[in-house]
Design a protein around this ligand. Structure first.
Ligand code: FAD
Ligand code: FES
Length: 264
């Protein structure tokens, strides 16, 4: 079900996922979310922010979160038993494909929703390859979970401390040269996703990506999250490569909380 008002959720567990990245396990029933959707997490008296759903078991919600500013710093100080508010799930999810050859590409903590997505594809008989890119080995997330699910997982790091040295787009280029891929789905830095969308379009491969814009309400009312007039909280965050590449703002600029332009 969709919670439009914050639903109180207890913090059941907090796990280290990588350097500066933790997975918060929250008790919340019957969210019924799909991979690619997000929730708004509310800390009373502070603020509310959007996070991708990393796992939804029906009684537990997992969010994998990087510490970047004031809100996530407060979150990282929480302990088991503390309470937060959850609204959602909101937004469009990734497509789940039946009997297809799928490549998922995650950049940094953008990998958060992709293991959940991989498991849903596998349930439908699809084959999944996971490509994870990070700046360095200590920032790689979800490698263990993917390998434990039997998913072939390729890693790249900018500094070469794990996997192939360089960008994950180079690994993807090789993969789509070597095998027939039916669908590429990606989540991560916008410039990485733009490069992937262009590669997919050139090769005529279906492609979906997750566009982040500054979000407030999460369900289409405030207009904060627009990308060329389309509200990414309801028309996204998952969009097709074709849609993204047709938006002039995609890969060029985003906006901050006050609506000021921020170039990538
Ligand atoms: C659909 C969606 C899914 C996301 N999923 C994840 C996730 O799974 N894990 C994760 O670590 N982060 C995720 N984010 C980003 C996360 O919301 C921000 O990083 C977080 O709010 C930062 O808050 P802060 O106060 O710690 O940092 P701040 O210093 O306030 O912000 C740092 C940067 O985070 C971004 N940000 C801040 N507030 C928002 C907001 N309300 N909406 C969108 N972006 C914001 C801006 O780019 C900002 O420059 C997601 C964002 C969106 C839109
Ligand atoms: S966040 Fe309010 S319209 Fe999208």
């Amino acid at each position: 079900m969709v919670y439009y008002l914050p639903k109180t959720a207890e913090v059941l567990d907090i796990k280290d996922s990588a350097k500066g990245i933790k997975t918060f396990v929250l008790k919340i029933e019957n969210l019924g979310s799909f991979p690619g959707q997000f929730v708004n997490l509310w800390i009373g008296g502070l603020d509310e922010k959007p996070f991708s759903i990393a796992k939804d078991t029906g009684s537990e919600l997992h969010l994998t979160i990087a510490q970047v500013g004031e809100f996530t710093k407060a979150l990282f100080q929480m302990k088991k038993g503390d309470k937060v508010g959850i609204r959602g799930p909101f937004g469009r999810s990734f497509s789940i494909c039946e009997n297809k050859n799928i490549v998922l590409v995650g950049g940094g903590f953008g990998t958060a929703p992709l293991h959940f997505l991989a498991e849903e594809h596998i349930k439908k008989g699809s084959r999944v390859k996971m490509l994870i890119g990070a700046r360095s080995a200590d920032l790689v997330v979800f490698e263990d979970e993917c390998r434990a699910s039997g998913i072939e997982t390729l890693i790249s790091t900018n500094d070469g401390s794990k996997g192939t040295q360089g960008f994950i787009t180079q690994v993807l280029e090789q993969v789509i040269q070597d095998e027939k891929v039916d669908m590429i789905q990606t989540c991560g830095p916008e410039l990485m996703m733009k490069a992937i969308a262009e590669m997919a379009q050139k090769k005529n491969i279906a492609c979906e990506l997750s566009v982040e814009r500054y979000m407030k309400c999460g369900f289409g009312v405030c207009g904060q999250c627009v990308l060329n007039g389309k509200r990414m909280c309801i028309d996204g965050p998952t969009v097709t490569a074709e849609f993204a590449l047709n938006q002039k703002e995609f890969g060029v600029f985003t906006r901050d909380a006050e609506g000021r332009r921020k170039d990538f």
